[in-house]
Structures are given as C-alpha cells and as structure tokens.
Design a protein. Structure first.
Length: 415
C-alpha cells in the first residue's frame, strides 16, 4: 500500500482539471501519487472537495465493499453546496431511477435483468451486424483516400450496432447516432440529444409492450421483478451511453496505438493475433474510461492512510490504478492476455460481463474491417499533433486523420 504523505508535507488538494490531464495523464497520476500517496485530495469545479483513488489495492477495496463505499449519491455531504447549474451534474448526478444509483438487493435484481437480456444476444448475429455497419461506414470514405477515422467511423459504429440489438429500425439509427454523440459532447446540443434519446427509448418500450420481438428491450420487459417502464428506459439509456462512447474510444485508441507503436506493426499487415494484444494494451495503458464518479462513504473510515469522513465522495481512478507501480513492476512490458485491469470496473457495479463481450466484438470487428478494407492505412499528420477530447473522465482522440489508397465501395446503402 502506498503511504500517504506526512501531514506537514502534504501539499494540499489539487484541481481535478487542466490540459495536462488530457495531454499526459500518466505523468499526472505519477506526480499525484508521488506527492499525495494512493488517495489524493482533489477539488472539482467550484472548489468542491473529493478524493481521487489511484491505488490498485485501495480501488479494489472500495469497489469490493458496496456497503461502506456506497453508490447511493444521496449520502454526499456536499449537496448543500452544489448549484443546479453545476457543470458536473451529468457525471455526478442526484439520485436517478437507473441502475447507476440503485444499491443492495434491488441493484442485484436489476443487474440480473440486464445480464439476462444481453446474454441472449447471438454472438454470430452480433458480429454480422458489426461487419454490416462497419462496411457501410467504410464504403462512405474508401474512395476518398483520406478520412478522420474517429469522427467518420469509430464514433458512428458502436451505437449503430447497439440500436439494432435494442430493436430500433435501421432508419432510426442515424438520428440516434447524432443524438447520443450530441449528448456525450456536452455542448449546446446536449439537452436536445438527451431528449431525443429518451423519447426514442420511451416509444420503443411502449411499442415492445404491444409488439414483443427478439431483442434486448423485449427481454428486459419480460423480467418478472416488477421494474417500471421508466426504470427500464433509464437503464436502456445507461447501457447505450456506456456501451457506445467507451467502445468508440477503444476502437480509436487501439488504431492509434497500432499506427504509432512499432510493436504492433504486424497488425497493419495481416497479423490479426496482435489486434487482441493491442486492444488489451489500450485497456491497461490508455483506457477509454479514465475516472469514474463515484462512491460515497457511508461512515467515517480510513483508506490509504487518509481519514475519510461519512458523506465524502471518492472518484475511482481506473487508469491511475492500472498504472500503480505496486502491481505494475515493469510498466514497459506488454500486458499480453492479462485482464486484471480496472477498465470495466470491479465489484457489484462493474460492467456486466455480457456487455464487455459485446463491446469487445464490436471493437475488434470494427478494427478488423478497417485493416481489411484499407490495408495501407497510415497517419496523415505527425503523431505529436494529435489531441484528446477535454475530459478528465473519458479519454479519446478528438480526431485521427489517416490516408490510404482509394478503393471502390462494396455496395449497399451508405451508413
């Protein structure tokens, strides 16, 4: 366990923001760990205090004890200081009727409903959908010889596949893509995007009440645990957002790694085995979900040498824990098949295993289709000029400009 600094030498809380956190988070986490230990006092927007947990063992302790470190945001002692327009409310919201803020036995029932609905997805059908939409997206760019593989491909693929699994029609897919990306961007179109997504989900749930089908929504409605339609709509929105953006960034970050790291050069020339290695390396070194809010202490306790008060907010530093030198003694070595990272979380509130499998199939299929269809793909700009989206929570590229030899489309309706 990393010791906390002596109180006399503790430099005090640090701001949980800034360009360095987007440009070089590995350096930030190293410096924070060196100065503060494994549990770091931070200030969120408006000087709201919280703790950032960077220690692997400490994070394992938090996520493994849902009673002491609860997901119930009503416990937060800072609500009296949070204005209605606080910019972090979408990430650290008041209690909502979704699985994110449900605890105890009700959470376990809800997770069971979600797992059952996702487990029934046919893996062969899933891959067919992923290949179909990936080919349609590549058809839209392959004759140009250059593209932004993030904006024109990675940010469009996962949500198209997920909408099909839910039971939306292909005609509804493009508008849902736009709505979800607008909501995630958090800019002037965010509320409109959220409204469109909520309305579409509500209409689909009502339709499936009347006309059941072989899809995720119908299977969730068939659960006998007594969840309301509103609860199911909220969970569908959580699943869609959590399944789309991290998967899109998993595709983008993996392609970036393969285009810039000579260890994965074979992937660009038919070495399919190294695609899985590159994807796993990203989950350790450049995980799409960097930090998660959060857990709330249900009583006074100790963690990493720090005194945690009842009602304190703890942010889960997933990437920081992945790089903890206490468990990563040789950070330069390839991670191979080691899956002990925190990229999908841990404990009761981890990403359900069937959802992890669906994300992996979509991401791997998306990468394979790019390399099959654009075999001489290369960066169109210097690697050092690439930038990341300005978020301390999610880590993805703003753009990934590439060049390739123009090729003819395979046919079909463009996505």
């Amino acid at each position: 366990m990393s010791p906390a600094p002596h109180p006399d030498s503790d430099p005090g809380p640090v701001r949980f923001s800034g360009p360095l956190l987007q440009d070089d988070p590995a350096r930030v986490y190293r410096e924070l760990r060196r100065a503060h230990g494994s549990v770091v006092p931070v200030l969120l927007d408006g000087d709201v205090p919280a703790w950032l947990v960077l220690g692997y063992r400490e994070l394992h302790q938090i996520t493994g004890d849902p009673v002491l470190f609860s997901r119930d945001s009503d416990l937060w002692s800072q609500w009296v200081n949070i204005p209605d327009d606080w910019p972090l409310l979408p990430m650290i919201g008041r209690k909502q009727p979704s699985i994110l803020y449900t605890v105890g036995e009700r959470h376990r029932q809800r997770a069971g409903m979600m797992v059952a609905a996702l487990e029934a997805v046919d893996p062969f059908e899933l891959r067919r959908h992923a290949e179909k939409f990936a080919d349609e997206l590549i058809d839209g760019i392959c004759s140009e010889g250059r593209a932004d593989i993030v904006a024109e491909y990675a940010m469009l693929l996962p949500v198209r596949v997920l909408t099909r699994l839910y039971g939306f029609t292909d005609d509804q897919g493009p508008a849902l893509v736009t709505a979800l990306n607008d909501m995630i961007d958090g800019r002037e179109r965010a509320i409109a995007g959220q409204t469109h997504l909520f309305t579409s989900m509500t209409e689909l749930v009502a339709l499936r009440r009347e006309q059941p089908a072989d899809d995720v929504v119908t299977r969730m409605l068939a659960d006998t645990s007594g969840f309301t339609d509103e609860e199911i709509v909220q969970d569908l929105m959580v699943m869609m957002a959590a399944g789309h953006q991290p998967t899109a960034d998993w595709i983008g970050n993996s392609l970036h790694l393969m285009l810039t790291d000579t260890r994965f050069a074979a992937s660009l020339f038919g070495g399919r085995n190294s695609i899985a290695e590159a994807m796993n390396e990203v989950l350790w070194e450049d995980t799409p979900t960097q930090n998660v809010a959060g857990r709330w202490a249900s009583r006074d306790t100790q963690l990493g040498g720090r005194r945690i008060r009842a009602g304190d907010l703890l942010l889960l530093g997933l990437q920081g824990a992945n790089a903890d030198p206490q468990v990563r003694t040789d950070g330069s070595a390839l991670t191979g098949g080691n899956g002990a990272h925190f990229s999908f979380g841990h404990g009761e509130h981890r990403c359900p295993f069937p959802a992890q499998e669906i994300a992996e199939v979509i991401a791997r299929t998306g990468i394979e289709v790019v390399l099959d269809r654009l075999p001489d793909i290369d960066l169109a700009v210097p690697a050092a000029s690439l930038s990341r989206r300005p978020s301390p929570w999610l880590r993805g590229l703003s753009e990934l400009p590439v060049t390739f030899t123009p090729t003819p489309a395979l046919g079909g309706t463009p996505a």
